[in-house]
Design a protein around this ligand. Structure first.
Ligand code: HXC
Length: 517
């Protein structure tokens, strides 16, 4: 019979009806909340005309609790692939206008399919979440659906980059797919995530809290660390995901994306010669050093508001992506605590999984002392940092700008954790501990029995500083490779990264290691 005009018309009507999502009223409601619809998000995310939708005709099989009479367009989720700045990316977009983007059996199976395609094709996967959670009418198949997503998130971990954009509600177990992905973006004011909402919290523990205070973008970006990027609105969120993708390879087996570089490999950074304050107790902003060294002074910084005592960022050096980890003396003197250790460790693992070289800047007084940190498990959290630096096989470069004391010296990618090249500025102090504390311990008797204890302490501290509080003792023993002028940092990093770009290192064969989680 062929494709008759009637058949073609019927097909087009059916398709157009599905493409219309939840109808004008629901679309207006979506807009009134300051949110774009799933299809508007698709238009912003993918290069014009490149989106290829899959499984548009899928619908729920459930007829329970009135679902048989409901017409949930595309079963509440749009899936497919397209080009983002010319590179293929797979994605799912939950459509809140269709049954609140709730996730039932077939909705989940559409997401499984597009995730399976991303895994087979070895391309990044991005989930745009905007959903009331498990479709209550369907019952356990909804939970089964989430289980299949969590499984695929885990199988894909370290294999393809996975990103979640929270662009509406995300409640209950639905929060765990985002947590399993590499990067979580949220939109201020219109997105929230939590295990249980304000009503249940009030009923169970009597605590009163709003949706936003409990699980809004700022709460998760500054308090829990679940959110890596708190964005201004849907458009900002989508643009920032695209920027992040430009730093990431398609998969762990793909080459790094190399950007055209207009910066110079020989550029000096004279402003760095004066950035370290005269007094050791004064702080400065490590971000300025990272920005100075980066191509065109551009950085992408996840977790900007969480654990600010350590900074992690993606930069490019001569067009090649690099992951930066840096203590920031501007916050809590740059000390390592449980959060800072977790933040840096997950970042380092991501970079290593995707072959992104690591550049570490150290200025760290030590691990944070005190009962709060000890009882919060600073021992195991701090151990993560030792573990991840040691297991990382990508090129690793370390620059010591000032203090690098004790266990934290080791933790910030020292030579014995496998740093390929350690450099120090003349202001570096590489020692077991600060001079005052050291002299109080090793010279307690001499100081106490001296005629003038204060003068004696001063004399002994000066001698200790002369011996240890400089980079030359470490350099004389080859524990660091070089002492450099701060202004030369970008030049040196560029040349060393270039030399190490084909670095290859192996580890003993095993099922997997056992990181202290
Ligand atoms: C079925 C749902 C739904 C759900 C929303 N809808 N959530 N349908 N299952 N989970 C439907 C509504 O019935 C409504 O349909 C439409 O979506 C829009 O929802 P509204 O309530 O009108 O929207 P709004 O006022 O903006 O409120 C949004 C909301 C609320 C706060 C998200 O819908 C809500 O509280 N939903 C339930 C949240 C929840 O408890 N989910 C289950 C979590 S447990 P009509 O037909 O009227 O347009 C969970 C377990 C997962 O997810 C475990 C995984 C391991």
């Amino acid at each position: 019979m062929g494709v008759t005009a009637d058949k073609l018309k019927a097909f087009e009507e059916r398709r157009d009806s599905l493409l219309s999502m939840g109808g004008d009223k629901m679309i207006d409601k979506q807009h009134s909340l300051g949110k774009l619809t799933a299809r508007e998000r698709i238009d912003l995310f993918f290069d014009k005309g490149t989106f290829q939708e899959i499984q548009l005709f899928v619908k729920t099989r459930s007829t329970l609790f009135g679902l048989g009479e409901k017409d949930i367009k595309a079963d509440g989720v749009i899936t497919g692939f397209g080009k983002v700045n010319g590179r293929t990316v797979f994605a799912s977009f939950q459509d809140f206008t269709s049954a609140g983007g709730s996730l039932g059996e077939m909705h989940a199976k559409k997401i499984w399919k597009v995730m399976d395609m991303a895994l087979d094709a070895r391309k990044p996967f991005v989930a745009f979440n905007d959903s009331g959670g498990a479709r209550i009418q369907e019952g356990v198949p909804s939970l089964d659906g989430y289980g299949g997503i969590f499984y695929r998130n885990t199988i894909g971990s370290g294999y393809i980059p996975q990103i979640t954009a929270i662009m509406g509600p995300t409640a209950g177990g639905a929060v765990y797919s985002p947590a399993l992905t590499d990067w979580v973006f949220m939109v201020k004011g219109s997105s929230y995530m939590y295990i249980t909402g304000p009503d249940v919290i009030k009923a169970v523990i009597g605590e009163e809290v709003t949706h936003d205070e409990l699980g809004g973008a700022i709460a998760h970006a500054s308090k829990s660390g679940v959110c890596h990027f708190a964005t201004e609105n849907d458009e900002d969120c989508i643009n920032r995901i695209k920027t992040l993708l430009s730093y990431l390879p398609d998969s762990c087996h793909s080459p790094l994306p190399i950007a055209d570089c207009t910066d110079s490999p020989d550029r000096e950074c004279p402003e760095l010669d004066t950035i370290i304050p005269d007094r050791a107790t004064r702080s400065y902003d490590m971000r300025k050093i990272v920005i100075a060294v980066a191509d065109n002074n551009e950085i992408v910084e996840p977790h900007e508001l969480w654990a600010p005592n350590i900074l992690v960022a993606f930069i490019r050096i001569m067009g090649r992506p690099v992951g930066v980890i840096a203590n920031n003396p501007k916050a809590f003197a740059g000390v390592l605590d449980t959060k800072a250790s977790d933040k840096a460790s997950r970042f380092i693992r991501f970079c290593d999984a995707f072959n992104i070289p690591l550049l570490t800047f150290a200025d760290v007084p030590g691990y944070m002392p005190g009962t709060e940190q000890e009882w919060a498990g600073i021992i195991s959290h701090g151990a993560k940092l030792l573990h991840v630096y040691s297991e990382a096989t990508v090129p690793k470069i370390t620059v010591v700008t000032r203090k690098d004391y004790g266990g934290a010296y080791i933790g910030m990618c020292s030579k014995q954790l496998g740093s390929d090249y350690v450099m120090a500025w003349p202001s570096a102090e590489i020692a077991v501990m600060g001079a005052e504390g050291a002299c109080n311990i090793i010279y307690r008797r001499e100081i106490n029995s001296a005629d003038d204890p204060a003068a004696k302490r001063k004399e002994l501290v000066a001698a200790y500083e002369e011996q240890f509080n400089n980079p030359y003792f470490a350099a004389s023993m080859g524990i660091i490779e070089e002492v450099i002028a701060p202004r030369e940092t970008r030049k040196r990093v560029t040349v060393i990264l270039d030399a190490l770009k084909d670095k290859s290192e192996t580890r003993p064969e095993r099922k997997h290691n056992n990181i202290p989680l």
